[in-house]
Write a protein that binds this ligand. Structure first.
Ligand SMILES: [Zn+2]
Ligand SMILES: [Zn+2]
Length: 367
């Protein structure tokens, strides 16, 4: 096994961006190339050579916006990882794998009652204590949660990294919503996660999918990938968007009840729009994360017999199903992904923080 390294090369977040509360002064965050020893692998552990690690909105939150990591800096970020097993558990060596973004403990009550995606003892690469991050040459992980990639149909292994988070989170969200064949769906925000939300609800049998965003090109693209209707919300308020949805409903003879709304932006306007669209027997599933507060008359839930639901990560058990959807072409990945050398991590973070990219950026190790 000539691929087994004597050390791990990694881009550590030495310090996140710090904003002084009183003066407003900003000390920029710092990423540094570092060498760390390869740890002793425990029973059942493997060492994965990273093929690619996606840059997630969550990483940018840790680096720029004061969202605290559980393991304190210095630490390596990155939780959207694909790669090849190079050492450890014999049965896995040589296999190409996805590393789930959250790995449940499998022991607790939540894990035993199928809520392991929100297990309180879960490990998340690039965040939790006792696990490394993906912006590295290699990462040690427990093999039990790995998703094996058997035949990747010519899709580059590094592109498949996005299945580890961006493409699996929507699947869990659809499960959480108890999505059924024939459902009518609205997806707010078709960026990194929403693009897959649209494709997956369609692949799972949704009758109608309306995509809402403020970037016209993104919306036009989604018409080729699962959206039946699009609404450009630029300069429009929640009521305006609701009016357009109503017009679509009338035009298509669709019901005024039972719509499932997936909010993927985590922004205040996105959330306000989602709440305005929630109606009789509908469900609003909160997929995106943000810090804004919104006002809502929760008695509307009672009057509508409606539900407001959160969703977090994805159970490792669902990964093979999502991978299958990608490998059989039900969910397209290639038009929504781009790669860059990992050495561009600092510029890439800056750029992605300034303008969320239309195509997910996967960083490829080039140490
Ligand atoms: Zn993420
Ligand atoms: Zn657990």
């Amino acid at each position: 096994m000539g691929d087994v390294p004597d050390k791990i090369l990694t881009w550590q977040m030495v310090q996140p961006t710090v904003r002084d509360r009183d003066t407003g002064e900003v000390t920029p965050g710092r990423l540094e190339k570092t060498e760390i020893p390869v740890p002793e692998l425990g029973a059942g552990d493997v060492l994965v050579k990273v093929a690619g690690c996606g840059v997630c909105h969550t990483d940018l939150g840790y680096f720029f916006d004061g969202v605290p990591t559980v393991s304190k800096p210095p630490l390596t970020l990155g939780h959207e990882i694909s790669g090849t097993v190079v050492a450890g558990d014999e049965r896995w060596v040589g296999k190409e794998v996805l590393i789930p973004a959250v790995m449940p403990c499998r022991q607790c009550h939540l894990c035993k009652t199928r809520r392991g995606n929100r297990c309180l003892n879960q490990k998340m690469p690039g965040n939790s204590i006792g696990i490394y991050g993906g912006f590295s040459s290699h990462i040690p992980v427990p093999s039990i949660d790995l998703c094996e990639i058997r035949d990747r149909q010519g899709i580059p292994l590094e592109h498949l990294a996005v299945v580890a988070d961006a493409a699996t989170t929507p699947f869990q969200a659809a499960r959480r919503a108890q999505l059924e064949i024939g459902d009518d769906v609205i997806v707010i925000g078709v960026g990194g996660v929403g693009q897959y939300m649209v494709q997956e609800v369609k692949a799972l049998g949704a009758r109608t999918v309306i995509a809402v965003d403020i970037v016209e090109e993104r919306l036009q693209k989604m018409l080729d990938y699962g959206a039946d209707f699009v609404i450009d919300a630029t300069g429009k308020g929640p009521r305006d968007v609701a009016g357009e949805v109503k017009a679509i409903r009338k035009q298509g003879g669709l019901p005024a009840y039972g719509w499932k709304i997936f909010e993927c932006t985590g922004t205040k306007p996105g959330q306000e729009t989602a709440l305005a669209l929630l109606s009789f027997t509908g469900k609003l599933i909160v997929v995106g994360f943000g810090m804004a507060k919104v006002e809502y008359s929760i008695s509307r839930l009672m009057a509508f017999d409606a539900e407001l639901i959160g969703t977090w990560g994805c159970l490792p058990e669902y990964y093979p199903q999502v991978l299958e959807m990608v490998l059989t072409g039900k969910v397209a990945l290639e038009p929504f992904v781009q790669t860059r050398p990992m050495s561009t991590i600092a510029e890439t973070f800056e750029e992605a923080h300034r303008t969320p990219p239309d195509r997910r950026i996967v960083l490829v190790p080039d140490f």
